[in-house]
Design a protein around this ligand. Structure first.
Ligand SMILES: C[S@@+](CC[C@H](N)C(=O)[O-])C[C@H]1O[C@@H](n2cnc3c(N)ncnc32)[C@H](O)[C@@H]1O
Length: 170
């Protein structure tokens, strides 16, 4: 089980450059990338569907198994903090136990999140993620900027950052 699951270093750098230390960050999907590298400087909440990835790092973990194609939303409704400076969308994984899951549930359940914050989408060059981003942009009336990163093998990868402001700057 390798580094292929971790977000790219450029996401970590972007967060460090743009989100003040000590801010609350909510991430969907934990691991050795984002969780390990952000937990010391931020007040990090990690939504995690898999028990074996729980409590590996110094984050506040929210255990939410997959239900109806997304993290169990009743658990999220009960456990999510009220406010956060950033949501990092990096889970659930594309396939779980051979079943297609992916991150589209985020776009289908936007109302349970406080979206008045910056949102980062990992892997923004992938087809499914592009669809998700387009749907969230439309629902929230906001835009993203795509940034290039590099995976652990040095291969180009992308992530998208959605600013807090709406398209017209409101
Ligand atoms: C894309 S990963 C999340 C990665 C995390 N944001 C990071 O940067 O480390 C999505 C899910 O895969 C699982 N996972 C995390 N690291 C893994 C690894 N090294 N190998 C296999 N599964 C992993 C966890 O259940 C996690 O919620």
């Amino acid at each position: 089980m390798g580094k292929g699951f971790s977000c790219c270093n450029e996401i970590i750098e972007w967060v460090r450059d743009n989100i003040p230390k000590g801010s609350i960050i909510l991430e969907l999907g934990s691991g050795r990338g984002s969780t390990q590298h952000l937990c010391n400087d931020y007040n990090l909440y990690s939504v995690e569907h898999e028990k074996r990835w729980m409590n590996k790092f110094d984050s506040i973990y929210i255990y939410a198994p997959i239900k109806n194609g997304f993290y169990d939303i009743d658990i999220l409704k009960e456990k999510l903090p009220n406010e956060y400076a950033l949501i990092l969308v990096d889970g659930p994984p594309r396939k779980i136990d051979g079943k297609k899951i992916g991150r589209k549930g985020f776009g289908e359940n936007l109302n349970i999140f406080n979206t008045d914050c910056i949102i980062i989408f990992d892997d923004s060059d992938r087809g499914r993620e592009r669809k998700l981003i387009a749907s969230v942009c439309e629902q929230l009336g906001r835009e993203v900027i795509h940034y290039k990163g590099h995976d652990h093998r040095g291969k180009g990868t992308y992530f998208a950052v959605m600013a807090k402001e709406k398209k017209d700057g409101v």
